[in-house]
Design a protein around this ligand. Sequence first.
Ligand code: ADQ
Length: 465
Amino acid sequence: MNERLIVVSNRLPMGDTPSGGLVVSLHDVLAASGGCWIGSHPEAGDDHGAFERIGEEPYQRLAFRLTQSEMENYYLGYANSVLWPLCHRRPDLVKIRPAFREAYEAVNRRIAAMIAREVGPEDIIWVQDYHFIPLARELRKLGVTNRIGFFLHIPFPVLADLSIMPQAETFAECLAHYNLIGLQTREDVARCLEMFRDDPRAEFMTDGSIKFGEHVSLVHSFPIGIDAKAFEDEARRELPDVFGGASPAPFAIGVDRLDYSKGLPNRFRAFGTYLADLRPEDTRPCLIQIAPPTRLGVQAYEDITEELQGLTGKINGQFAELDWTPIRFINRSVERARLAHLFRMARCGLVTSLADGMNLVAKEYIAAQDPADPGVLVLSQFAGAAEDMTEALLVNPYDIEAMAHRIDEAFRMPLGERQRRYRHCLEVVRKTDATSWAHNFLNVLRSSLKALDLAFQERELQPFG
Ligand code: ADQ
């Protein structure tokens, strides 16, 4: 039997025309290998112990349904009220409830049991993100010996925050059950290695791998990207006037899920400061902020929505003219073609996350620009994207004044400098696209681990130090 790739993610992407870099690239590798994608779907059947099969071509989709209680305790609870704030350096927002942890463990056990019945001896399993950290441990308990890789899409937590987590000692142990731990950036890798270094159960081997009990793991960074070519093409397509004839003055754009990690209040404040510092004769750009709500039902998300509505009202009240509104805050999602078009029209793209795994919007903004007259990306130094996109205008999103200056600099930047910065960023976007991300991860999972297994069998590797 041939090797099949099994991808597991929290949500199963639906529809025949996938959009979004991650979905497209995984769709392509799965289609090529005839693999299968496992994930939750709200309309899946309610058989709690078996997947619902949705289509066979070009790969299988296996759906499971989360119960109301699992949604509340596992998804909104442990995943998004413990792990998400902890990884995004917001321990103040962590909500610890025994029911959250129990549900998280139980869902991982349930899905592992369902996967164990599907998996063939040659299959490799690729688990996505923080919803499924214990999945490999549960699969191993059921006797699954296949290669299992894990990719964390969000920042790896800092060591000092880890002890806030319920049963913190199981975090490193759960990760160690994966053959490959993939992270977004080199900084994430450093934080992960620091965690293992701090754990007396972990041994560092001479080749950089980590031995933890009987398990050996590699930790490596694989910066995720977008389908750059498709986005460049999308942005070039002519669209009917998106502003219905009333095209605004130059504008800056922000596109984010409405999440406290994205630094939206400070972005709005910086834009207000920038406006306050303009001279009367200066053109006054506006800020278009598109931010659809997510994770409804978690208090922190309701709070940030209210804060932004208040700030928008305040800044607009202070600066608006009869024919000009400084901030257009659009609280819903926008179709991709329109988004690409807006990115291309915007003189400045604002990504001001306080913490962010990568941030694909930064890459989409660059891919959408017109090479003859590109806009400028203002990028938080705390977004993973900043590690390689060093020619964006990097900012500290906690420093409002500095951000206001960066916005001013972006709007005044001469064409030559805009083009130079754009070309550098575009090279990064193309080099680290979604396809190379998936291929690099799978190549390491397949090949270097074979060598590792062999070396261990032949007792060639020795503990380090
Ligand atoms: P997210 O936190 O969702 O992803 P991001 O990387 O910016 O953040 O991806 C968001 C995607 O959704 C982009 O493709 C964007 O265009 C789209 N999107 C956002 N707002 C939208 C809107 N209003 N309308 C339409 N589309 C919208 C997590 C991590 C990131 C990491 C990704 C991928 O938090 O750090 O980069 O996973 O690994």
